[in-house]
Design a protein around this ligand. Structure first.
Ligand SMILES: [Cu+2]
Length: 73
């Protein structure tokens, strides 16, 4: 069963940023689907066993800041 994590991403300014964040998240092991919303600055990640720390790290490497919008569970 896949789980969902919602992340708050800071620093996105355009659709190019959205694409960069989506690409970065999709490259993380266990990630099945990613939906990034520019307007709300949130990323919804559907995954199976992906580690939160690696998701945050991937976004940081792409040049943005991220934090979980809610606890993993
Ligand atoms: Cu941009």
């Amino acid at each position: 069963m896949s789980e969902k994590i919602e992340l708050i991403v800071d620093g996105m300014g355009c659709e190019g940023c959205v694409a960069a964040v989506e690409k970065a998240l999709k490259a993380v092991a266990g990630v099945r689907a990613v939906k990034v919303d520019l307007k709300t600055g949130r990323a919804e990640v559907e995954h199976e066993g992906a580690q939160l720390a690696l998701l945050l790290q991937a976004i940081e490497k792409a040049g943005y800041e991220a934090r979980p919008a809610q606890r993993m569970g």
